[in-house]
Design a protein around this ligand. Structure first.
Ligand code: NAG
Length: 216
């Protein structure tokens, strides 16, 4: 057995629901938030803890609500240094802070899955093609295990702002979403509800939502 295969066999053994590379879909979250310079936005989330048992463990391995995923590279210039440092070793969207072994940035721990400030301004280093909206759209780009998500493909997301003194985003009351996919989540929640395999656009502390398909 070569070392690569050995790594995957070991990972599968250690992480009961680790990401299976063949069954992922690109999933993007945008959250509009005009942050202060010292703030960084993360998300926590996964399956709804009110609908599933076995989600109160502090360890993501064995947490029934933690969704296997990997974040995708959005850039290598220094604007993305925090995102890239914090996304290292982040293997799940979960309700807890940093995973064991997840990266830190200048000594600051990850507070969940990191987002990065983006703009629709093509002249900016923070430009992202999927951002057609404007400034202050924090973004994370993931390969997510959609089959692991509820059969209907909806999962919960809540902002968490670092430093941790800012913390959790307030509750929202999401109803029907606009967008080329849009729709209404079949479960009620005080969190944003997003669709796996889509581009999900929210506002921090706001109930509005837009869910778009990726354009081919
Ligand atoms: C995930 O991708 C596969 C293959 O492209 C597709 O058939 C499936 O509908 C996608 N699932 C979601 C939830 O977008």
């Amino acid at each position: 057995m070569d070392s690569i295969k050995c790594f995957f066999v070991l990972s599968a053994f250690l992480m009961p629901h680790a990401l299976a590379a063949s069954s992922t879909n690109r999933t993007v979250i945008f959250i509009f938030y005009e942050t202060l310079p010292e703030q960084s936005l993360f998300i926590r989330g996964g399956l709804d803890t009110n609908l599933h048992s076995g989600c109160d463990t502090d360890e993501v391995t064995g947490d029934a609500c933690a969704i296997p995923m990997r974040t995708r590279l959005l850039g290598t210039i220094d604007h993305y240094d925090g995102y890239n440092a914090w996304r290292a070793g982040d293997n799940f969207l979960d309700w807890h802070g940093a995973e064991a072994g997840q990266g830190s940035f200048y000594g600051a721990p990850a507070e969940g899955t990191p987002l990065v400030w983006t703009t629709s301004n093509i002249l900016s280093p923070a430009y992202q093609e999927l951002n057609t909206f404007g400034d202050h759209y924090w973004m994370v780009d993931m390969e997510m295990d959609c089959p692991f998500v509820e059969a209907d493909g909806w999962f919960d997301v809540k902002g968490y702002t670092a430093p941790a003194s800012f913390g959790w985003e307030p509750d929202v009351t999401q109803t029907a979403c606009d967008g080329t996919i849009g729709g209404v989540s079949p479960h009620a929640s005080v969190n944003h509800m997003a669709r796996c395999g889509a581009v999900n656009i929210f506002e921090h502390g706001g109930s509005a939502c837009t869910i778009n398909a990726f354009e081919d």
